[in-house]
Write a protein that binds this ligand. Structure first.
Ligand code: L5Q
Ligand code: ZN
Ligand code: CA
Ligand code: CA
Length: 543
């Protein structure tokens, strides 16, 4: 009973503390206010007194005591926020994720992330609450249409009849759009034929009106599968002609691209230039994959393995969901398809048309970019639209590049250099060191504010990419000097922010606060690492 003394001590401490509740100590906290909602979007500091109550209690009591700030309306914090996850990290912080709800219905995109330290002190909370929902007239209306009617409304907006990969679904949400909150059905339409789509539609639950839509496809019929066999190692030739080892599975005298050495496995499939997914599990007769048709599969399989190893070795993350989930990759998707994507279930690579792109799985940064979309979806779940969407893209470019550096695979701060315009060996799709080289902004004042590309997700990512580059490598940008801290520390900070502090609707400004907080937790408030993050974000004009 070595804890007995500690227990007695804690009881004594609490008996003599003025109140054993989590007192709001807002005077100790630094608050960033959200301009749109007038609620805090990021607070850090010693926000409560030490407590031996559960982290949930500490958080809920703090929110109840700070109701005037968070403006979550009638009822207490427990009614306004549902806990969606609770994890303890390597620094001893308890990370709690909340979903704002109104009368039990989730408020789309309004997620919050809170940290409680070892002493039961709340040290940060991020994510802007949508305030005063009980004052929104449209939420006083009763929903009139049902799920099927909502799905029908969304389907009517398509100009074709798709073949669905996932049965269309509708979930009731509270949707805040153009200064109004209302009940809406979030309808997801996921299909590949006649073109790939993973559309999210917001259909007014009262009027049936289409409020908004965006494609959640992150660019970037199951076959018979062996269930037993022997794990083997084959050799293969990659897209660029290099030779490498690949983990395979020998079953009934056929070698399959099944790697059972990593989590629940990595499987590579062949779409055979069609658009059905995943296609057929890649099969080979002799474990030597040296045919020109094999190259895309060899690289997809090998590079997905490296990406798995990166996340496991660097961050103890077991696959994209940290539960070891099977990674499925499909190559030879469609014909001359100039892209790669994560569709919510698996990664997919086109062959390129041979001019703009060659086989897209040939670039380690592209594979790691796509798998990182899956990591993001299972952590912050950054909405793939506007600033949160550009942050989502930047995470994929940053970790795509980090994986290239980790394996010393011709590392650089370019994206897709290995597979972009095969006739020109010197260019790339994007540059993190100088986004403007390929037309992307490197300062917030130059951000794209239109609606193309989901609100410029692949363009405005340049602003965050540039900041990440400067944090790592240092440099002078728009008159601000950043002292670099190296890629390992830079990625530690981004990984922590992505998995613990970012929320679904994080903006660039919120991302800065989350990254600074992560750097404080990892390296200390007065560290050079915190300075680098602040300087880099100053230099790209994000406050
Ligand atoms: C992109 C993923 C990648 N695709 N950039 C449009 O602009 C559009 C898509 C992309 F893997 F090919 F890089 O990043
Ligand atoms: Zn992407
Ligand atoms: Ca690269
Ligand atoms: Ca090129």
């Amino acid at each position: 009973m070595k804890n007995k003394f500690l227990t007695i001590l804690l009881v004594l401490v609490f008996a003599f503390s003025p109140l054993s509740t989590a007192l709001a100590k807002s005077e100790n906290g630094k608050i960033n206010w959200n301009k749109k909602h007038g609620t805090p979007e990021f607070i850090s500091g010693q926000l409560t007194n030490a407590s031996n109550e559960s982290a949930e209690e500490v958080l809920y009591k703090y929110l109840d005591n700070s109701k005037d700030k968070f403006k979550f309306g009638k009822g207490n914090a427990k009614e306004a926020f549902k806990i969606t996850s609770k994890k303890i990290d390597k620094l001893g912080y308890t990370n709690i994720k909340l979903q704002q709800v109104y009368k039990g219905i989730p408020v789309f995109g309004s997620t919050q992330a809170a940290h409680i330290d070892k002493n039961g002190v709340l040290t940060s909370i991020s994510g802007a609450v949508i305030p005063n929902l009980d004052k929104h007239d449209k939420l006083k209306l009763d929903k009139k249409i049902n799920k099927n009617e909502a799905i029908k409304k969304a389907q009517e907006d398509l100009t074709f009849e798709p073949e669905y990969e996932v049965k269309p679904e509708a979930d009731l949400v509270v949707y805040y759009h153009e200064n109004e909150a209302r009940y809406a059905y979030l309808v997801n339409l996921n299909f590949l034929y006649p073109e790939p789509g993973n559309w999210n539609y917001f259909i007014d639950a009262v009027t049936g009106e289409l409020i908004n839509k965006y494609n959640n496809l992150k660019y970037g019929k199951p076959t018979k599968k062996p269930t037993s066999g022997e794990d083997t190692v084959g050799t293969g030739t990659g897209v660029l002609g290099d030779t490498k080892e690949i983990n395979t599975l020998l079953s009934n005298s056929i070698y399959y691209l099944v790697d059972r050495t990593r989590g629940d496995g990595i499987e590579t499939y062949n779409a055979n230039n069609r658009t059905r997914l995943p296609g057929s599990l890649w099969a080979d007769s002799d474990n030597v994959l040296n045919d020109s048709n094999d190259r895309a599969a060899v690289d997809a399989h090998h590079y997905a393995g490296l990406t798995y190893d990166y996340y496991l070795n660097r961050f103890s993350r077991n696959s994209f969901d940290n539960k070891g989930s099977l990674i499925k990759a499909t190559v030879h998707y469609s014909r001359s398809y100039n892209n790669a994507f994560w569709n919510g279930q698996q990664i997919v690579f086109g062959d390129g048309d041979g001019v703009t792109f060659t086989e897209l799985s040939g670039s380690l940064d592209v594979i790691a970019h796509e798998i990182t979309h899956a990591v993001t979806e299972h952590t912050a779940d950054l909405i793939y639209y506007n600033e949160s969407g550009a942050l989502n893209e930047a995470m994929s470019d940053i970790f795509g590049t980090a994986v290239e550096f980790a394996f010393n695979n011709n590392p650089d701060w370019l994206i897709g250099e290995d597979i972009y315009t095969p006739a020109d060996p010197n260019d790339a799709m994007r540059s993190m060191a100088d986004p403007t080289k390929y037309g992307d902004p490197d300062h917030y004042d130059d951000r794209y504010v239109g609606t193309a590309d989901n609100g410029g997700v692949h363009w405005n990512s340049g602003i965050i990419n540039k900041a990440a580059y400067l944090i790592s490598e240092g440099g002078r940008h728009y008159g601000v000097t950043v002292s670099g801290i190296g890629i390992d520390k830079m990625t530690e900070i981004f990984y922590r922010a992505l998995t613990q502090h970012f929320t679904a609707s994080s903006t660039f400004s919120q991302a800065r606060a989350a990254l600074v907080q992560s750097a404080v937790e990892l390296y200390g408030a007065n560290s050079a690492e915190v300075q680098a993050v602040n300087d880099a974000f100053d230099s790209v004009g994000v406050n």
